[in-house]
Design a protein around this ligand. Structure first.
Ligand code: TYD
Ligand code: MG
Length: 462
């Protein structure tokens, strides 16, 4: 019996199901399964095998040899180059993901103009906007005069034919991958099969010609179109462009990078004339700080190689509910539960009758466990109503036993704090030699209970 070629593919995570279901078993998303034929393209199975041809002999070569160009092309936009690890890598594919409207097209238009200005051949292919709209944006950004070559096209074969003409381009930007479709796959544009097949074709082009390819991908919540997740594993680097609605700054975060460090961030501010670089994000995150208020602690964090200071705000209020509420913005809620449990179990601080709200100022998102100590300080400060010293930064990881654990890069964190005018630090006991200055005025609690005692003693001191 012939095998059925109908599959149901989750548009969120790409898992293949043989039967339709309301919910994807793999990622838990609802209503994301879409029927897709498998003829041709990726995952075409037995169909493809039938028409398989004999392999062509590929010339093997050595590791040592001529490299024709500089391996990277730097845009000169420092925050972007930092996130990519020093510029776009020739022959690589980069995915830039983000919510619709966050500024992906703006960022890439600016990058394209900057690179074209340095004599690179840059092609910008938009499948979402008409040429007139892109021109309008370019005018707004003040880059309309740059030598970027522009096309509005969605068919992969046509795009490949177009960019194959003339001098090999240095950079090709495809905005967005979800609008592309190839003749090889017979699903609708935006489905997993199409997105994968189109990405595969563009990645193959990048590898074979040495041109850098940037794919733009929209993050989708409703699963109507396939998310960038489905091509993440195929590309060489993945950057996510994030930002909180209502805040004007945006963070470009490296999630994967085969040619450079991950965990790097680039910080931009969206203004009237596009994205401006923010060279000192700490100053930005701390700019609206109210120093005298209880419940706020400044965390000295590290993002990749760069120190970032950010304010953590806690509000602990008596709860009218049987099960008090816990709400977190910008941090991991499981981690908050853990810090609360440690405070209850080892420090005698009770939160069971209180609602707890935690917010990382400015819509920033922290992933480091080193924020534990700052969170604990903010929580205790809000509960007791005692403001923490304004010129103090906090960092350190808390273990379940209540011990304060050392974290990496203590010196860099302290240096950044000192630069921004902080005079004190609460941090884990460190074996590193941290020199004088702010380190000399630091308090190094061994357990979380020591810190709680010190905050409580603040009442008597003042
Ligand atoms: P866009 O780059 O089109 O987003 P994406 O490609 O990620 O969907 O940016 C859209 C938003 O950015 C839009 O809401 C308007 C805003 N914007 C500015 O505030 N200033 C500018 O100079 C530009 C070009 C856009
Ligand atoms: Mg766009």
């Amino acid at each position: 019996m012939a095998k059925s070629r109908i599959q149901f593919i989750c548009q969120n995570c790409g898992t293949v199901h043989t039967r339709w279901a309301g919910k994807c078993d793999s990622c838990g998303a609802w209503n994301t399964l879409v029927e897709e034929g498998t003829a041709g393209g990726i995952g075409s199975g037995p169909q493809a095998l039938k028409s398989a041809r004999k392999g062509r002999v590929v010339a093997l070569t050595s590791l040592d040899g001529e490299i024709e160009d500089a391996p990277r092309i730097a845009s000169g936009i420092a925050e972007l180059d930092r996130a990519t690890g020093g510029g776009f890598v020739r022959g690589s594919a980069l995915l830039v993901g983000g919510d619709p409207g966050i500024g992906k097209s703006t960022l890439l238009t600016q990058a394209a103009a900057a690179l074209a200005g340095k004599g690179n051949r840059v092609i910008y292919v938009s499948g979402e906007e008409a040429v007139a709209q892109i021109r309008l944006r370019a005018q707004r950004l003040g880059v309309a005069a740059s030598a970027v070559e522009l096309a509005a096209e969605t068919n992969v074969e046509d795009i490949l034919a177009t960019i194959g003409e003339g001098r090999r381009p240095d950079l090709v930007i495809l905005d967005s991958i979800q609008t592309l479709w190839t003749d090889l796959a017979d699903s609708a544009p935006g489905t997993v099969t199409q997105v994968r097949a189109a990405a595969q074709a563009m990645i193959r082009y990048a590898k074979s010609t040495g041109c850098a390819v940037v794919l733009v991908g929209h993050v989708t919540k409703d699963g109507q179109i396939a998310g960038p997740r489905v091509v993440e594993h195929m590309v060489d680097a993945v950057l996510y462009f994030e930002g909180e609605g209502g805040h004007h700054y945006r963070i470009l975060r490296t999630v994967k990078n085969r040619f450079g460090p991950t965990d790097e961030i680039g910080v931009f501010a969206m203004g009237d004339r596009g994205l401006a670089e923010v060279a000192n994000p700490s100053a930005l995150f701390l700019s609206e700080r109210s120093e005298k208020a209880p419940g706020a602690a400044v965390f000295a964090g590290i993002e990749g190689t760069r120190p970032v200071l950010v304010e953590i705000q806690a509000l602990v209020a008596p709860s009218p509910l049987g099960t008090p509420r816990r709400a977190v913005v910008g941090w991991d809620s499981a981690r908050l539960s853990m810090v609360l449990a440690v405070l209850e179990a080892h420090c005698g601080v009770r939160f069971s009758q209180h609602d707890v709200y935690l917010n990382v100022a400015g819509g920033y998102r922290i992933s480091e466990p080193a924020a534990d100590l700052a969170v604990a300080a903010a929580l205790v400060s809000s509960l007791t109503g005692l403001a923490l010293p304004a010129d103090c930064v906090y960092f350190g990881e808390i273990s379940l036993s209540g011990a304060v654990r050392a974290v990496a890069h203590a010196q860099q964190r302290l240096k950044e704090a000192e630069k921004l005018g902080f005079g004190k630090a609460v941090m884990p006991a460190s074996s590193e030699d941290l020199g004088g200055g702010i380190a000399a005025g630091s308090f190094q609690p061994e357990t979380l209970a020591d810190l709680v005692a010190r905050i409580a003693a603040g009442r008597k001191r003042d």
